[in-house]
Design a protein around this ligand. Structure first.
Ligand code: COA
Length: 315
């Protein structure tokens, strides 16, 4: 497949590190050097499905395709107010899509997992044009009295329209099942028969372990994928790394031995927006005119699961 259009949408409320320090025992002096985050967009009165819809419409407009041209829609999302139907159906209704709608819950690497499905169906001759929307509100998963998690996240949506082409050169998915490293649980409605104890837990994270996993998974997968494709790092134009923490991105850069200019970032103004992160970064870079035909983009993302994934795309 080939990327024909990109789009993104952000909540209007911007929360700076100084804003956080008015109600949390934290500071810009702690957050910025450890994460690279200065501010983040946070949902206030918006609905996540509206941000997903806005991102999708922008991507469709850029692609030149109409909603009726899309024959498969994948929505990557971890948390939404809707339990059912899936967020893909909610957004499809707003856009006027008539094609199958599929939800993907693969945490932060969700975009690459969705891309893998799209490419497999394309290669099987089952689809021609696919819309992927990644929309996330991880700020709604956190305990906002827990300074070790809530300062890290931001909300938003990114979208990609894919059409005919052989520009997806390779995708590598990985899982190292360890749900205890990064997780959240919610309480379900009771029934007269429930005898077990159920609890609501906000996002729980073993930060240092997740940090190590992220750096190790990303570097290993990127190198293995490039090798399997017979490609060298010199051929890579940009590394589009999941924007979780600037120190993670810096460590990946060091391990790969690649120059700073190949690693665009937007974490300073966004924080970690889960699976939306790579697609928002992609759209921002695209709209700045950073990509030209033949450029090689390497995507790499990691998160709860623990899941991770890498993909190589030619622009
Ligand atoms: N402000 C001020 N102090 C904070 C703080 C904050 N926002 N968050 C944590 N601290 C404190 C801790 O309470 C601890 O204090 P103590 O030593 O008195 O107990 C101290 O800072 C060190 O905490 P620690 O968690 O060990 O810090 P760290 O150096 O590991 O950095 C992260 C924490 C979260 C920034 C880092 O582990 C990280 O980025 N991990 C990856 C997380 C991630 O990206 N997850 C998503 C992947 S998709």
């Amino acid at each position: 497949m080939k990327i024909l259009g990109t789009g993104s949408a952000l909540p209007k409320k911007v929360v700076t590190n100084d804003d956080l320090s008015t109600f949390l025992d934290t500071s810009d002096a702690w957050i910025l050097p450890r994460t690279g985050i200065r501010s983040r967009h946070v949902i206030s009165d918006e609905q996540i499905e509206d941000l997903g819809t806005e991102a999708a419409l922008k991507a469709l407009e850029m692609s030149g395709l109409k909603p009726s041209d899309i024959d498969y829609f994948l929505c990557s999302n971890v948390l939404t107010e809707f339990v059912t139907p899936g967020l893909s159906c909610i957004i499809a209704d707003k856009i006027g899509l008539k094609c199958p709608c599929v939800d993907v819950n693969c945490a932060c690497p969700g975009f690459i997992f969705a891309l893998d499905i799209a490419e497999a169906k394309y290669k099987a001759g089952q689809v021609k044009n696919v819309l992927i929307v990644c929309c996330e509100e991880p700020t709604r998963m956190c305990d906002w009295t827990d300074r070790s998690t809530c300062v890290l996240f931001g909300d938003g949506a990114g979208a990609v329209v894919l059409g005919e082409g052989d520009n997806v050169k390779g995708v590598k998915l990985n899982a190292k099942p360890s749900p205890g490293q990064l997780w959240q649980k919610r309480k379900l409605h009771p029934t007269p028969y429930i005898t077990k104890e159920e609890v609501d837990y906000p996002l729980q994270m073993k930060g240092r372990e997740v940090f190590r996993f992220a750096v190790n998974a990303s570097t290993t997968e990127v190198e293995a994928l490039l090798k399997s494709l017979g490609m060298s790092k010199e051929q890579v134009t940009y590394y589009m790394i999941h924007q979780a923490n600037l120190r993670i991105i810096d460590a990946i850069k060091e391990y790969l031995g690649e120059p700073e200019r190949k690693f665009p970032t937007n974490i300073a103004d966004h924080g970690n927006s889960s699976s939306a992160s790579c697609t928002i970064l992609l759209d921002e870079c695209n709209r700045k005119g950073m990509f030209k035909d033949g450029d090689v983009l390497v995507f790499s993302a990691f998160g709860a699961g623990l899941l991770s994934a890498a993909a190589v795309l030619e622009w």
